[in-house]
Design a protein around this ligand. Structure first.
Ligand code: SF4
Length: 205
């Protein structure tokens, strides 16, 4: 990590209360967890894994600020969605806000999944990021562990993208819904003409 990144990590710009700082959002996806899901990519990750899928997410600078209320309404506005997935960036650096969002969408019957570069054990330790316990309590599914390119998995049957990562199924009702695969991608064309590629496989720009 260079000195600027370290400074950003140690002293990130303040995210206003009741807001989240996002790298991106899509209103539905079939390759980021079971069923049809909204996907929230948070901004900020200090790990800088080689071949990271979303290096644009590394900076902790303010990018797209959205209120938790507005984001919940967006997610719930799509009747096809059965859940929401938090990705990044590192979701657990914004754990209190995501826990609040998760509570709102779960009250409407959606499931919540998250990716994290932390191990589950680190998230359960006393020095875990603020709000980690709150967010873990809301999760139906968690994929933990950072991406390690030497351990990359390219399989139509694997929900993880490198073999060190683990899928934790906290909601037994999803046990038989682990049907997505790390080798799937989607390309979304946004209203402004930009393309957003999602899925776990490294793609060339
Ligand atoms: S933990 Fe995830 S978002 Fe962060 S650098 Fe690694 S692959 Fe990228």
């Amino acid at each position: 990590m260079n000195s600027q990144s370290l400074q950003q990590t140690l002293n990130p710009p303040q995210i206003p209360a009741s807001y989240l700082n996002l790298m991106g959002y899509v209103n539905e996806s079939a390759v980021n967890g079971p069923g049809c899901r909204a996907v929230v990519w948070v901004q900020g990750c200090s790990r800088h894994c080689p071949d990271c899928f979303n290096p644009e997410s590394w900076s902790f600078e303010l990018n797209q600020l959205i209120s938790i209320e507005d984001l919940a309404l967006k997610i719930l506005s799509n009747p096809r969605n059965t859940g929401v997935t938090f990705s990044g960036g590192e979701p657990f650096w914004q754990a209190p806000g995501l826990a609040k969002l998760a509570r709102q969408v779960k009250a409407a019957g959606l499931t919540v999944m998250a990716f994290t570069g932390f191990s589950l054990e680190k998230l359960q330790a006393p020095n875990a990021p603020a709000g980690a316990t709150e967010l873990l309590e809301q999760l139906d599914l968690l994929i933990d562990g950072s991406y390690i390119k030497e351990l990359a998995v390219h399989s139509p049957n694997s929900p993880v993208s490198s073999s060190n990562q683990r899928l934790h199924i906290f909601n037994p009702q999803l046990q038989d819904k682990i049907t997505w695969a790390s080798d799937q991608i989607e390309i979304h064309v946004l209203n402004n003409g930009d393309r957003l590629v999602t899925g776990y496989r490294r793609y060339e720009k």
